[in-house]
Design a protein around this ligand. Structure first.
Ligand code: UD1
Ligand code: UDP
Length: 382
């Protein structure tokens, strides 16, 4: 019998971190041929992840250009995917999350009448413009997909409220699977500066920031808040691997560079990043993925956004919304730096996002759906 051909399509750093473990899990199934097409919406940041997980794409659209617009990403992906789908002839396409690659990958599969499985399905803020354009991307992909792999029960409930009733699986988030392969107690950083950070003596704060809806005034406020924290607290060191987006780099250069105790470094390979997170004191971020990883590692997170589509860790008490106003970010960070009781209340490991078995459940669900397995996989329960 011919093998089931599953094509995973992704293009940005977070999609790659969350999809590489699944590509490998599928490759381990005897009845499945696991194929991989990258759009390279991110070029360097994607390649770094492919290296860490040792995944070699079968097809590479190589679409990235500096300062790309949403329309160019989407149209280049759509055009490129035509050729990839015709050549690779998958039985099913998997997309992940909410990027422009995700939306274009799903739409292209639909145009070719190939069923789509959506990994990390059902996250919502119910604000069309925040996160932008991700909230709309994931809504549109929900309309196209046939299989939904929801990280949490809440994600499934969102989809059910929207009328999706069939083929909803609660799997946990594959990012927890990824973390389990990267974090080690005896890890030695290849970025020498990270080995030398005073983890025990000072409070090492890990920072990231990149969201489009934060471009402009919010990003300026965030940078000024970081500067203020660094200037007024000799007991902290801020480590900030700066995203390669020129818009982000300009804001960093204008408002943050030169502040004392701030280490501005290039994006880190995923294993370095995960191990840095495991050793830091606190995380300040507008990233989605960090809101899932840091709680699993017992690190408090202040989210520099107005909303979050990941309420589970907020409910568990390890993540707080700090917003995008300079004073609010500074006040909330100061509290966690100075008030040990407040810090301890947030610093406990919780795993609402998975148990490291998400890829196995997703692969089982696909095999079940295509008649290669008798049992439907059990849903993940936090
Ligand atoms: C994209 C996703 C966002 C995700 C984020 C993860 C969309 C619309 N946005 O946003 O959902 O949270 O990735 O980081 O899909 N660049 C490089 N090299 C790289 C990567 C980026 O030079 O390896 C620069 C390029 O100039 C590029 C720019 O960054 O044009 C922006 O990249 P883009 O993918 O358009 O947007 P992100 O903000 O990264
Ligand atoms: N990450 C990384 N190197 C860095 C910064 C982030 O490997 O320098 C990882 C991080 O651990 C997480 C993912 O990238 O797994 C998050 O990606 P990003 O913040 O770019 O996107 P988002 O999750 O917000 O979509």
């Amino acid at each position: 019998m011919d093998k089931l051909r599953i094509l995973s399509v992704f293009g940005t750093r977070p999609e790659a971190i969350k999809m590489c473990p699944l590509v490998k899990e599928l490759a381990s199934r005897p009845g499945v041929e696991s194929l991989c097409c990258v759009t390279a919406q991110h070029r360097q940041m994607l390649d770094s992840v492919l290296d860490v997980f040792d995944v070699k794409p079968d097809w590479d659209l190589d679409i990235m250009t500096p300062r790309q617009t949403l329309s160019t990403i989407t149209s280049k992906c759509l055009t490129g995917m035509d050729e990839a789908l015709e050549a690779l002839k998958p039985d099913m396409v998997l997309v992940h999350g909410d990027t422009s690659t995700t939306f274009a990958g799903a739409l292209s599969a639909f145009y070719h009448q190939i069923p789509v499985g959506h990994v990390e399905a059902g996250l919502r803020t119910y604000d069309k413009y925040s996160p932008f354009p991700e909230e709309m991307n994931r809504l549109l992909v929900s309309g196209i997909a046939e299989l939904y792999f929801c990280p949490t029960e809440g994600n499934r409930e969102n989809l059910m409220r929207e009328g999706h009733r069939e083929n909803l699986f609660i799997t946990g988030n594959t990012v927890i699977d990824a973390l389990r392969t990267t974090v080690r107690e005896d890890y030695r950083f290849s970025t020498e500066e990270l080995n030398r950070l005073p983890y025990g003596e000072k409070k090492v704060i890990l920072v990231t920031c990149h969201r489009r809806e934060n471009y402009g005034e919010p990003m300026k406020n965030i940078m000024l808040a970081l500067r203020q924290i660094a200037e007024q607290r000799p007991d902290v060191e801020l480590v900030y691997p700066v995203h390669l987006s020129p818009v982000v780099r300009e804001a960093v250069d204008k408002y943050l560079r030169g502040a004392p105790r701030v280490h501005l470094i290039d994006p880190l390979p995923a294993d370095e990043m995960h191990n840095l997170m495991a050793r830091c004191y606190l995380v300040l971020t507008d990233s989605g993925g960090l809101q899932e990883e840091a709680p699993a590692l017992g690190k408090p997170v202040l989210v520099m956004r107005r909303e979050t589509e990941r309420p589970e860790a907020v409910a568990a008490g390890t993540v707080k919304l700090a917003g995008v106003v300079q004073d609010d970010i500074v006040t909330m960070a100061e509290r966690l730096i100075c008030d040990k009781a407040a810090y301890d209340r947030m610093a406990h490991a919780v795993n609402p996002y998975g148990d490291g078995q998400a890829c196995r459940r997703i692969a089982d669900a696909i095999e079940w759906r295509y008649g290669l397995r008798k049992e439907r996989p059990e849903d993940y329960r936090a």
